[in-house]
Design a protein around this ligand. Sequence first.
Ligand code: FES
Ligand code: FE2
Length: 510
Amino acid sequence: MATRSVRTLDDAFRKMLDKETRPIPESFRRDSPIGPGPTFVPVKNYYSQEFFDLEVEKLWKRVWQMAAHEDDLPNIGDYLPYDIAGMSFLIVKSGEDEYKAYYNSCLHRGRKLREHRGKQADELRCPFHGWAWKLDGSIKQIPCEWDFPDLKREEQSLPEVKVGRWGRYIFINPDENCEPFEDFIGDLPSHFKLLPYENRYKEAHVAKIIRCNWKAANEAFMESYHVIATHPQILMGGAHDVDTKYDVFGNYSRAIRCGALDSAGMPQWDPLPEDGKMRLRNPLNGFVYVRIEEGLVEVTAPDGRTGRFDIQARHLEGDLTEVNPHLVSWAGGPLVEQTEFDKAIAEKAKKNEKKIHPRVLAAEIQRDALRNVVPSIADQVSDIEFTSIFFTLFPNFHPWGSFNRINYRFRPHGTNPNECIMECIYLAPIPENGEYEPCKEIHWLSADDDWTDAPELGMLAKVFNQDVRNLPLVQEGLKATAKEFVQLADYNETKPRHFQMLLEEWLSRE
Ligand code: FES
Ligand SMILES: [Fe+2]
């Protein structure tokens, strides 16, 4: 590891930036590594109800958290419940460019005021006995008010929680003594200058129940270390032991999947035959996975052994018995129609005679696509800005880089420490011609649904299937372990380490 240290990566990254032909945003030249140090996380933190309850008290009741997007509430009177760890808040568009967040509970006998998203209400009336509030939270009507002789109307406004806003996202904080939202997010917006989040709309929103603790899922999407084993098919130009630069800044962390280093000792493989069959190769060991039919995959090793496997990667026949379950899932799982972007990438990669780095190829295609939507900035965007850059704003919100659509949020499912909700939101640039239609609904998937049931996610659905295949097994493994702790890598797990450090700090606050 000595020869492929973090410094090697930083040097290679700087050299890569120096080669760019367009101006590089200042934020890319900022180095803010986390110090090395062993990080051990108690396994109980992922399933103990006591620890979960502590998180509710010390974290969820006090931290700024992403609760909604303006596209969820386009018109005055629109509202959206935001449920978190057994609590519920009602986000309401109460006026032109004005949003309020109320405890989602009636002041009479406590019924939840709203259970679903709703549109253009002119009042918030409780469906139990009909108490009603105006959108600004003041009491409007109490049926049989004479029967509450001691009630003071001025004390019957809906209790509010604080609202913060970043780039059309609406954050809330239930702690009335919390730090200002702007201090909490710090200079995160400075990483999004050319295409700020103010200029994006919600193109898709898919939510799915996952059978694991919210932190296990949250952390699984913070590092690219797992790409080596979980998504070998997307290794950039080879298998890198370190291909991602990580930095931390206050309450957020950043990963830039730059692929600046050449793979050390990566074997070279002949191109795969093109016979119309779905096939892919694991670049690490050369095994080739071929789809025979849905749920049935044949794998051939470089030494000629073959084996057939079901979709759970159980061996069915042949002398090859052990394969990568995620590649079986990719080859044998439901097919997803390729987007124009995926097709263009595949086409360009095939014709890539000059052996241009896949990152640069992908940048060219993305720049072309951007030119059709926001022509005024497309040619200012450097190649590095189109790569996978993923931020995590503590505790659970993951806005990807300037020109990537992905945003994730991970939150507990009710008060169950063994389940969470994963959401993938695509934010697309608002076209300069002003014509766009935001997605209308949140598309919910159950724990047993396949991500490909949400075709709006494109090929990413198949990537999620690989990630999410691990997660319930992580949850079960954490309970099965003989050890008391899990251990995080010094560098490649910078972001989970940063998250755990902040969490520990929050949970130890008075
Ligand atoms: S509980 Fe809401 S009006 Fe009675
Ligand atoms: Fe992943």
